[in-house]
Ligand binder design. Structure first.
Ligand SMILES: Cc1ncc(COP(=O)(O)O)c(C=O)c1O
Length: 374
């Protein structure tokens, strides 16, 4: 049996008539940049999250950078970012002219450790970016309480957790801003690059919209130098269609995760993801931990099962951040987990048979690697 890591074609097949009609409409109307489709998506996504303002942008990395700029974060400011995330989170801080400061992960949930966040605060700290990694909400009450104590802004990087809830509230709607990537493989994925920022504050949203549109709202009336970071009409139409299905897809992901967790329970040496009592996760990724990962991963590949690692190198250990001068021991949790984490195939269309096959092969692979290890 072949179990791909993601299968975007399978999803397209389930929504083909409505998707084709939506795309056809954009092409017929040549509404490629701006226009009704973009406004419709922004309004529907804001309503879905329960926030007043949504600004569509070109991708999830620029969403973070523009959110920082809109909230007044820039040169001279430090921004705290988790050690375990995709580089986009920290890259965006540097692009906004601010300084990246890294904090360790929670040992159970992989998200930002609130206590290490607290330890990293200095008089120059201006903001924190919790990442709802793998679709698991970060501990927002703990993080926002510390942020409030120190008068810090909270920007939620929600690229991996569209639709997840923290104590009943959609993540992305809790902090001063929520940023989203709609990269095609995300839970809510476009058919190209796309992103969005949500705000509670109207002035911040207005700044972001202006900045992302070459510094103008009224054409050719540029009130500042901005940049081109637009959500295009085709992507907005694709996202509007998919948004209607997102909750059903999240339910399917949770069902798939529950089946994995049930089947993995009696495999010694494999740690399944834990769900915090505050969280309704959306399992963008289903990440297990195990020893001898490389052999297990190779064996699964031989049996037609694709897996991945998110991420093989922590942010402070990347070549790109060598100048920060960190030792591996500075981030014991994140760095300890890097060598053990393995992402199993996860998407709504994954069948129970595929999950059973994956776990059966994983069981064999772990047993084989234990034998070699003896
Ligand atoms: C946590 C996180 N932040 C930011 C991004 C950046 O998004 P994009 O690729 O749309 O720029 C991604 C995904 O790629 C991500 O996973």
């Amino acid at each position: 049996m072949n179990v791909p890591f993601v299968d975007l074609k399978a999803q397209y097949q389930t929504i083909k008539p409505e998707m084709d009609a939506a795309i056809e409409e954009i092409i017929s109307n040549t509404a490629f940049i701006g226009g009704k489709a973009v406004r419709t998506f922004e309004e529907e996504f804001a309503a879905y999250l329960g926030v007043p303002h949504c600004v569509g942008v070109a991708n999830g990395t620029e969403a973070i950078e523009i959110a920082l700029r809109a909230l007044g974060v820039g040169p001279g400011d430090e921004v705290i970012v988790p050690a375990n995330t995709f580089i986009a989170t920290s890259e965006a801080v540097t692009s906004a002219g601010a300084t990246v400061v890294l904090a360790d992960s929670d040992p159970d949930y992989y998200t930002l450790d609130p206590e290490d966040f607290r330890r990293k605060i200095t008089p120059r700290t201006k903001a924190v970016i919790p990442v709802h990694l793998y679709g698991q909400p970060a501990d927002m009450d703990a993080i926002t309480a510390i942020a409030r104590e120190h008068d810090l802004l909270v920007i939620e990087d929600t690229s991996q957790a569209q639709g997840a809830r923290y104590k009943g509230r959609r993540v992305g709607s809790i902090g001063d801003a929520g940023t989203f990537s709609f990269y095609p493989g995300k839970n809510l994925g476009a058919y190209g690059d796309a992103g969005a920022i949500v705000f509670r504050d109207a002035a911040a949203a207005q700044f972001a919209r202006t900045y992302a549109g070459h510094g103008s709202i009224v054409k050719y009336h540029h009130i500042m130098e901005g940049r081109n970071s637009r959500l295009d009409g085709l992507q907005a139409a694709v996202l509007t269609v998919k948004l209607r299905h997102l909750d059903a897809w999240s339910d399917a992901r949770r069902r798939n995760a529950a089946l994995y967790t049930e089947l993995l329970a009696d495999i010694d040496g494999v740690t399944a993801p834990k769900i915090a009592d505050y969280a309704e996760p959306v399992f963008h990724l289903y990440v297990i931990r195990l020893a001898d990962r490389e052999n297990v991963q190779n064996r699964l590949a031989e049996r037609g099962i694709s897996t991945a690692i998110h991420y093989p190198i922590s942010i402070p250990s990347l070549e790109a951040y060598r100048h920060l001068g960190h030792a591996a021991s500075d981030f014991p949790v994140a760095n300890g987990q890097m060598g053990e984490i393995l992402s199993l195939p996860m998407y709504p269309e994954l069948t129970p048979e595929m999950i059973r096959y994956t776990v059966a092969e994983l069981r064999e692979a772990v047993a084989a690697s234990n034998l070699v290890g003896q």
